[in-house]
Structures are given as structure tokens and as C-alpha cells.
Design a protein around this ligand. Structure first.
Ligand code: FE2
Ligand code: FE2
Length: 471
């Protein structure tokens, strides 16, 4: 079991006090992180007491404690899951060898790139969500937003720790850059496209935590398999926190859909907007938009990088150890559906080259489970509407389907046909303006905006009426 130092400037379980150089370097990064947080973190609520959970351990039921905290005082710490004794490389060309505690020289650049790319998404999402507090539908939701935000901040700490402790001067430079890029900035954008999209209404926020944080789950789970043990341990603990982010998105969308169905029933013309709510079709459009953008995060369907990552033991499949019997992925194929000369044809790809697609398919299946539940919720309210997940080919910007047009069913169509349907499949400026018009903050205890249903229960066994944020 690792030792926890919760009292020092930077709470940690990595025995930071024993490495004075590293400790000093991170303590110098800390005020710059706080500057970034104050500038780019949640706008308007930095001085408020928020009922937040803070990590104080890495396992068991008592890994976190709940209390009122002002966000800038949050104890962002460096926590790694406990070391697994005699852990072996679980896949790839080094299968069965002892895992690495130091970065092998030959993988230094590529590992740094992987860590920076993952790390960049963490502050990016905080930036994307920074104005949402001003339109929160309830104190419960406001608190959940801030919980997600502070934990994304901690995830940045987790990646910066790896950069500082294992990548020398280059790692320290990268840590600075992580605070310098800005979501949506044309000069210094965040690395991945989905993290440069605006997220200024709560339907987008719930789609983001449902689909983008779930991408995070799959990326972290595949990196948790890594032969570089410090990365594996870091990701394993991040997954513990990530579960709540996906819960916020999944239940948030479910609550919107329930309320939308209720308002649809209530209105004589079946028009939820006439009742001040969100119509089901608009919710579907936002699902289409965010789901498709998040599919791009998995990278190209055919990728020699993905093959190299797998071969080197850097990035495995989802739940590699438990779900697969064969861990080299050599001499195996995966059949992909390829657009070729205006048609879709099957093509066999070396399995290692298809690893991005393998991970994406597991992700899609995970999303599908939620979609089925949501449809039941809508139908239980007496409305005949089926929520659907568009085809993985729809509205893609990268990979083999990027630059080719498909309908939500995944059938090839022309660019003109796509444009003719765009406003029925994807959110329009008018949809976004409508959402902004109905999203007014609701800050009384136990009250909730008209466009969303209350949650079934509160946080940490508290009631929905609990004072989650002291305003
Ligand atoms: Fe995260
Ligand atoms: Fe997250």
C-alpha cells in the first residue's frame, strides 16, 4: 500500500518529499496552475463554498471525502493506484516481461506524445465549460459541474506529474504548454478537435460528459494496460473519478429526455418547446453532434501508430487482460467497411493496424447501452419516440469516413444530400439560440428548471434539496 501525504503543499502518494528536485519543480508549477484555474476555471463561483469530494485515498469506499470547499482551495493531488506486485506486460511484443518503472529510451517521444495528448483534454474541458455555472438548472447540477471541473484539474496534475518525473526538460516544457493552449483559440488551440468545440448550454454539457468523458474512460482504460507502470497506475486511479463524470452525463441526458417526453405529452400539439422545454428531436440532434465528434477522438480506423503503440506495449485494448485470450494480435485480421469509388466494400486489415477501430467499437457498444435505457424512459412517459445512436460513419471529420458523407443510418450519400438534411440531423444556430433562451439559472434549494427532471437522489446520500453550493 502506498503512503499518503495529505498535509504537504501538494497532496500525494508518490513520496514526493523524498525527491526534492521533483517536489521543487512541481511546487513551481503549482502557482501557474492556480493562475490558469483562476483565469480559465468556472466563471463567477470561485469564492463560493461548494460541496465537493476530494480524493484522500486510491481504493476502497473511503477514497474520497465530501465537504464544502472553495474551488481555488481544492486539494489537487498526485495519486497513483497501488503498485501491482510482479506486474508483467499484458500484451504486445514484450508480453510477459516485467513492466517498466522508467521510460525506455526508444519509446520516450511517443510516450510523451500520448501523455501530452491525454493531458491536454483535461484543462480543455474546464475551459469549454467555464460559463455553464451561470445557467445551471439546479444547485445539484451546479455542484456536479464543479466536481467534474476540479477533477479534470486533478487529471491535469496526474499527467504533469508524469511529464515532470520521467521526461526531463522536455516534460517540463510540455507542462507549461498545457497551461498555455486554450480551447477554441485560433492561435493556440487545444490538440483535439472535440475539445475546441463550444459547450455553452447544458444539453451540450451533458452530451459532453456522456460522450467525451466516456471516450476518456476508454482511452484511460487502454493506457491502464500500459507496460509503463507509472502511466498504468495513474490511469487506473483516474478511472475511479471518471465514473462520476459519465454518471453526470448519462443521468443528465436521461433527465432531459424524461422531462421532454412529459412536456410533449402535456402540450395539446405535442410541442415541448411550447411548454418551455426541449423537444426530443433537438436532443437527438445534439446526441448526433457530440457522439460523432467524439468518435473522431479514437483516431484513424487504419493506423500504423496504433499498431506501433500496441506492439510496444504502450496502449492495449479495452480491458485487454480480462477480455482477450490472445495478446499479441499478430496474424489476425479485422474487416473494415471502406468507402471506395462511391461504394462501401469490405477490406481485411491487419488487426494491429485496426486497434483504434477495435477501441471505438467497444466505446460505441457502451454508448448503445445508455441509448436503450433512454428510449425506455421516454416510452414510459407515454411518448412514442426512439432515441438512436447514429452510425459510426455519420458526420465524421477524420479517418476513412472523413470527407465522405453518410446519413445517420450509415448509408453513403452525396454532399448535396447531406447539406439538404443537415438541419434535421445536426443542431442549428437557431436550436442553440433557443437553448440559451430557456437556460436561466435556478438557485433556490430543491427547485429545478422546467426543461429537466430532478434526479432520483442527491449526492453522497443527501437529498436533492441539500445546499450543494452556498451562494
Ligand atoms: Fe479527465
Ligand atoms: Fe472526466
Amino acid at each position: 500500500m502506498s503512503q499518503f501525504d495529505l498535509q504537504s503543499k501538494i497532496p500525494n502518494n508518490v513520496n514526493l518529499a523524498a525527491d526534492r528536485r521533483l517536489q521543487r519543480a512541481l511546487e513551481q508549477w503549482q502557482p501557474r496552475y492556480l493562475e490558469w484555474w483562476n483565469e480559465m476555471g468556472p466563471e463567477g463561483f470561485q469564492a463560493k463554498d461548494v460541496y465537493l469530494r476530494t480524493a484522500i485515498g486510491v481504493s476502497g469506499d473511503d477514497w474520497a471525502q465530501f465537504d464544502y470547499v472553495k474551488m481555488p482551495d481544492y486539494r489537487w493531488g498526485i495519486f497513483l493506484a497501488d503498485q501491482v506486485p510482479d506486474r508483467r506486460v499484458p500484451f504486445g511484443d514484450h508480453l510477459g516481461n516485467p513492466v517498466w518503472q522508467e521510460v525506455p529510451g526508444e519509446y520516450r517521444n511517443v510516450l510523451r506524445r500520448i501523455i501530452v495528448t491525454q493531458g491536454d483534454t483535461e484543462p480543455a474541458s474546464v475551459e469549454q465549460q467555464r460559463r455553464l455555472g451561470q445557467t445551471a438548472p439546479s444547485l445539484y447540477d451546479l455542484r456536479n459541474l464543479f466536481q467534474v471541473n476540479v477533477e479534470e484539474g486533478r487529471h491535469l496534475w496526474a499527467m504533469v506529474y508524469l511529464l515532470h518525473s520521467h521526461f526531463g526538460a522536455e516534460g517540463r516544457d510540455e507542462a507549461e504548454e498545457l497551461l498555455a493552449r486554450r480551447s477554441g483559440d485560433s492561435d493556440k488551440p487545444r490538440i483535439l478537435d472535440a475539445f475546441n468545440q463550444t459547450c455553452d448550454d447544458w444539453l451540450s454539457f451533458f452530451c459532453f460528459t456522456m460522450f467525451a468523458d466516456r471516450d476518456g474512460k476508454f482511452q484511460l482504460a487502454s493506457l491502464a494496460q500500459s507496460a509503463f507502470d507509472p502511466l498504468s497506475r495513474t490511469c487506473r486511479f483516474m478511472l475511479t473519478e471518471e465514473a462520476h463524470h459519465m454518471f453526470v452525463g448519462d443521468t443528465g441526458l436521461e433527465r432531459i429526455l424524461r422531462r421532454s417526453a412529459q412536456l410533449t405529452r402535456l402540450d395539446p400539439n405535442g410541442d415541448a418547446r411550447a411548454q418551455g422545454g426541449i423537444d426530443l428531436q433537438t436532443v437527438q440532434k445534439f446526441i448526433n453532434y457530440w457522439f460523432s465528434y467524439c468518435l473522431d477522438l479514437f483516431g484513424s480506423e487504419v493506423s500504423s501508430n496504433a499498431a506501433d503503440f500496441f506492439g510496444a506495449g504502450l496502449k492495449g485494448r479495452f480491458d485487454e487482460e480480462r477480455r482477450f485470450d490472445e495478446h499479441t494480435a499478430l496474424n489476425q485480421i479485422k474487416t473494415l467497411v471502406m468507402p471506395k469509388n462511391g461504394q462501401l466494400v469490405n477490406e481485411d486489415i491487419d488487426l494491429r493496424n485496426a486497434m483504434n477501430e477495435v477501441l471505438r467499437e467497444d466505446y460505441i457498444e457502451d454508448c448503445r447501452n445508455a441509448i436503450r435505457r433512454w428510449s425506455k424512459v421516454v416510452q414510459n412517459e407515454g411518448v412514442d419516440f426512439v432515441v438512436t445512436l447514429p452510425s459510426g460513419r455519420f458526420h465524421r471529420h477524420q479517418g476513412i469516413y472523413g470527407g465522405v458523407q453518410f446519413n445517420p443510418a450509415g448509408e453513403l450519400i452525396t454532399a448535396d444530400e447531406f447539406e439538404a438534411q443537415r438541419t434535421t440531423w445536426l443542431p442549428t444556430e437557431a436550436d442553440r439560440a433557443y437553448l440559451r433562451s430557456i437556460m436561466r439559472p435556478v438557485t433556490e434549494h430543491g427547485k429545478i428548471a422546467n426543461w429537466i427532471a430532478p434526479p432520483k437522489k442527491g449526492i453522497n446520500n443527501n437529498e436533492f434539496e441539500f445546499e450543494y453550493v452556498k451562494l
